[in-house]
Ligand binder design. Structure first.
Ligand code: G1P
Length: 279
């Protein structure tokens, strides 16, 4: 990690039930669903690692123990496959375990993404940090991964940043949607943001996807944020407050993103990575 690395921690809200994948997620966390042979959350951790972060802060809940076991050594397994042709299959996960520290806390009640992020405050402390929603799986054809791109922007502007992409206008009620002034190609100063608006109420078709860089003052703002859409504490509402007090940026990232929280997106991602790997 370079000395000038300023964002060292990445928070993974991973307490949700994954109801769209029932029955698969009845006894297994949705973050552990594999695209090919790798669980979704490992893709997210690798993206954070690539962006120079080495401390992964995971907000879990009941029934999520296998996430902790995944990012740990399995001595019995290691012993069993040592020296066999299967051993290299553990190379990637071993590298991740060697290079990062993992810490965990539990979100006791499901009160929304803002609340989940606030639950991670003790793991983050008073420093800027990234947030990855593991079911938004991102890939970059060439160049840097999404979080790496966002870290570069953070170095220049030192404020909270959300990743955005253009969506079909009829899908706005699935996302946080922003409106802003474009200050550089693809980079907007946020003027408005709304959580899951109906298409007629949406300020644009620029949707937030699950990559954020947040400055730590967001924690106090979340504490003062009232329940919003769906009766939940929304990070979108807290970020609008932060935008009004200072500046929050929205960045149209370079790359591809799959909504692996939906069966369609998950199948799409599986096909995409299968084709990519078999080339
Ligand atoms: C969350 C956020 C939303 C964002 C989305 C990205 O919603 O609340 O603003 O657009 O993630 O995936 P969720 O998909 O958890 O309902």
């Amino acid at each position: 990690m370079s000395k000038e690395q300023i964002i060292k921690k990445c928070l993974f809200p991973a307490a949700g039930y994954g109801t769209r994948f029932l029955p698969a997620t009845k006894a297994m966390p949705k973050e552990m669903l594999p695209v090919l042979t790798k669980p979704l959350i490992q893709y997210g951790v690798e993206e954070a690692l690539e962006a120079g972060m080495d401390t992964m802060a995971i907000v879990t809940g009941r029934g999520k123990r296998s996430i902790e076991d995944h990012f740990d050594i399995s001595y019995e397994l290691e012993h069993q496959i040592k020296g066999t042709s299967k051993e290299p299959l553990l190379n990637e996960i071993r590298a991740v375990i060697n290079e990062c520290t993992f810490s965990y806390t539990r979100q006791i009640e499901m009160k929304g993404l803002g609340h989940a992020i606030l639950s991670g405050e003790t793991l983050i402390g008073n420093e800027p940090f990234a947030v990855v929603l593991a079911d938004d799986l991102c890939d970059h054809a060439q160049g840097d991964a999404v979080l790496t791109q966002m870290v570069e922007i953070y170095k220049k502007y030192q404020c909270s940043i959300v990743a955005i992409e253009e969506i079909e206008p009829e899908l706005t009620n699935k996302y946080g949607v922003i409106a802003g002034n474009e200050i550089e190609p693809g980079l907007f100063v946020i003027k408005d943001m709304v959580e899951k608006p109906e298409p007629k109420d949406a300020p644009s078709n620029l949707a937030i996807i699950g990559r954020y860089i947040l400055t730590p003052d967001i924690f106090d703002i979340i504490k003062d944020t009232k329940a919003g859409k769906g009766g939940e504490i929304q990070i979108t509402d807290a970020l609008l407050t932060q935008a009004k007090k200072g500046m929050v940026l929205a960045y149209k990232f370079d790359g591809k993103r799959f909504d692996c929280g939906s069966v369609n997106g998950f199948v799409e991602a599986t096909n995409y990575f299968y084709n990519k790997e078999s080339k």
